[in-house]
Design a protein around this ligand. Structure first.
Ligand code: HEC
Ligand code: HEC
Ligand code: HEC
Ligand code: HEC
Ligand code: HEC
Ligand code: HEC
Length: 451
């Protein structure tokens, strides 16, 4: 019986600790926010937090290398700055993981300072709270809108934590009273009344209890939903490519149609990167750069060198004007990449949805209209020297557009496909005077986007 009293104090202390650690973790060495930026800029080409990409997942890597390799932060600094040198020095663990990953070379980062690396490691140890919920404006790159949702989410979390803590303290106080009661002499005599009064209390207060439980359940569901909507946001991701191919020069300056190179967007699920043969259609004759536009920091010699890479890759001998047969594959780094369990179909959006998406985008962005459907999702690619993810490409982003984009019921495909459904839907969705958005034709059904 006495141990209850002990537990009571310990539990209170534990709650206090629990509440305070969430704040204090962030105080440890390194700034995870800055680390996140550095991580996105330097590491996401090969690493994610939770899954293996080219290298291992990096969440909690400080702890992991300690247990798996018996090495410390110092080792991580050396590895990240120059893993090659570390391997060459004969370091056992460094060589072990290199072998384990089939001798795939990680890049060297001599430019990262010790503080940078501490920041990155702080980020991998404690990824900071989610970025603000995307407001799913399908805005082109550079026009990210900060959502106000962030602050409300934080305060909801804090308030619910306080509420839970309050509830726990209340329960403990009640328990303590019960225990005291249990210790008293008159226990036997009181037993009956206590049972009765307990059911009276239950009668009186069970609505409040249930109400509290419901609120907690709603908060938990809200948290899970936010988490689903947030995961895997890579907006702004722009890796370096093996050939410095500029969309600004091709699609912008020279007005080459997107679909000349990404022709499969129209027909299929994917919209592949063009093969080198497509490049050669033009570059057999365009062997040097004579354009007026030069990106700051670059020059003609640089562009000429990049065009030469096309010849090296296809084995084209420009002097003899013939192929030598010696080819080298060019490995473009994939920028947009949905997880396997997501079904996304370009043709559904580029063909069936084309007009609907363009109209809806232009209505939402009257000062920033688009002419080509691709830009609604990929941003103004024709102004980018290096392709950058212009939107979040999260589930929340897909769904927001489906909620707000009115389907073009008059296009050939939908007219045929939804003949009977159309009239029914018009009655069923009288909002906005019978407008039918993508959600009405099933655009929010889990099974439409998930295998
Ligand atoms: C070009 C791809 C590439 C890039 C970019 C890259 N890494 Fe790696 N990384 C790897 C590979 C591959 C491994 C596995 C070991 C090997 O094969 O050398 C690895 C291993 C690691 C390890 C050891 C993990 C373990 O489990 O032992 C750490 C730590 C690490 N990387 C951190 C980073 C950080 C931090 C960055 C960004 C500053 C970064 N990496 C950028 C490819 C990369
Ligand atoms: C002359 C050929 C060519 C034209 C025209 C072209 N692209 Fe590309 N596109 C490429 C190549 C090559 C890559 C891979 C290298 C890179 O990412 O820059 C690419 C990459 C992309 C990517 C990123 C793919 C990934 O890895 O996820 C997108 C999105 C894209 N293009 C959209 C467009 C849009 C939109 C247009 C029209 C405004 C367009 N492209 C016009 C050749 C072209
Ligand atoms: C439809 C014709 C066409 C196709 C197809 C084409 N290019 Fe080009 N490319 C051009 C033109 C035009 C220029 C600019 C030449 C000038 O202004 O002198 C150019 C310039 C370049 C340059 C120098 C400027 C820059 O973007 O860095 C590179 C590199 C290049 N192209 C790579 C490629 C690659 C790689 C492919 C295939 C994925 C490709 N091109 C496909 C027409 C094309
Ligand atoms: C409704 C939004 C949307 C529109 C419109 C759109 N895309 Fe995409 N695009 C995506 C998504 C989402 C992905 C990632 C697909 C994946 O990983 O499976 C993607 C990926 C790509 C890729 C990378 C290769 C691939 O297929 O995964 C290229 C290239 C591309 N898009 C080009 C285009 C071009 C060119 C157009 C216009 C003709 C276009 N996209 C229109 C959403 C869109
Ligand atoms: C810019 C707006 C926009 C975005 C972003 C968008 N979609 Fe769509 N989506 C549409 C439109 C419009 C249609 C209806 C096309 C039609 O008329 O059939 C559609 C239709 C669909 C359908 C078919 C629905 C049905 O019931 O037949 C699927 C599946 C789909 N989209 C998946 C996705 C996925 C997955 C993403 C995110 C990766 C996404 N969409 C992002 C506009 C969008
Ligand atoms: C319009 C398309 C679309 C619809 C409808 C949709 N999802 Fe998703 N969902 C996605 C995309 C795209 C992703 C991947 C997001 C990313 O990688 O950032 C995703 C990711 C997820 C994930 C995260 C998986 C993980 O761990 O990485 C879960 C869980 C999920 N969806 C469940 C659902 C459920 C449940 C529904 C039905 C209520 C649903 N989705 C409806 C497009 C959709």
């Amino acid at each position: 019986m006495i141990s209850w009293r002990k537990h009571y104090k310990q539990t209170l202390i534990a709650i206090g600790l629990l509440l305070s650690t969430s704040a204090s973790i962030y105080g440890q060495d390194g700034d995870p926010k800055n680390g996140e930026k550095l991580f996105k800029a330097n590491c996401t080409a090969c690493h994610a937090l939770d899954k293996q990409v080219i290298g291992p997942p990096l969440k909690g890597v400080v702890e992991r290398v300690k247990t798996e390799g018996g090495v410390d932060k110092d080792w991580l600094h050396k590895w990240i700055k120059d893993n090659k040198a570390l391997r060459a020095s004969g370091d056992k663990y460094a060589n072990e993981i290199f072998e384990k990953f089939n001798k795939t070379e990680m890049l060297q980062f001599p430019n990262l300072t010790d503080k940078d690396i501490d920041d990155i490691l702080a980020f991998t140890t404690n990824p900071p709270a989610p970025e603000p919920e995307p407001t799913a404006t399908t805005a082109p790159a550079g026009e990210a809108t900060a959502a106000p949702a962030d602050k409300t989410t934080t305060s909801i979390v804090i308030i619910s934590l306080i509420a839970i803590a309050g509830l726990l303290v209340w329960i403990l106080i009640k328990l303590r009273q019960l225990v005291k009661l249990g210790q008293s002499e008159e226990l036997v005599g009181l037993n009956e009344t206590r049972v009765r009064s307990f059911s009276e209390i239950y009668e009186k207060y069970h609505y409040i209890g249930k109400g509290l439980l419901t609120i907690l359940a709603i908060l938990a569901a809200y948290g899970v939903w936010n988490w689903i909507m947030w995961i895997g946001v890579y907006k702004g991701y722009k890796p370096e490519q093996p050939i410095y191919f500029s969309h600004k020069i091709h699609a912008g300056e020279n007005k080459i149609d997107c679909q000349l190179c990404h022709s499969s967007a129209k027909y299929g699920k994917v919209s592949e990167i063009p093969s080198m043969n497509v490049c050669m259609n033009c570059h057999r004759t365009i062997s040097e750069y004579n354009g007026k536009y030069i990106e700051p920091g670059k020059d003609k010699a640089f562009y000429d060198g990049e065009i030469q890479k096309i010849y090296a890759a296809t084995g084209w001998n420009a002097e003899k004007q013939q192929y030598t047969g010696k080819t080298q594959p060019v490995e473009w780094t994939r920028i947009h990449n949905m997880p396997d369990f997501v079904y996304f179909n370009h043709s559904q959006h580029v063909v069936a949805g084309e007009q609907a998406i363009i109209n809806s985008f232009n209505k939402k962005n009257p000062n920033n209209k688009i002419d080509v459907v691709c830009k609604a999702c990929h941003g103004k690619i024709d102004t980018m020297n290096v392709v950058q993810m212009a939107n979040d490409f999260t589930m929340g982003w897909c769904i927001e557009c489906h909620r707000t984009t009115e389907v073009d019921m008059n296009n050939g495909y939908n007219k045929e496909y939804f003949k009977n459904l159309h009239e029914k839907l018009k009655k069923q969705y009288p909002k906005d005077g019978g407008k039918i958005t993508v959600d009405a034709i099933g655009g929010l059904e889990c099974g439409k986007c998930h295998y």
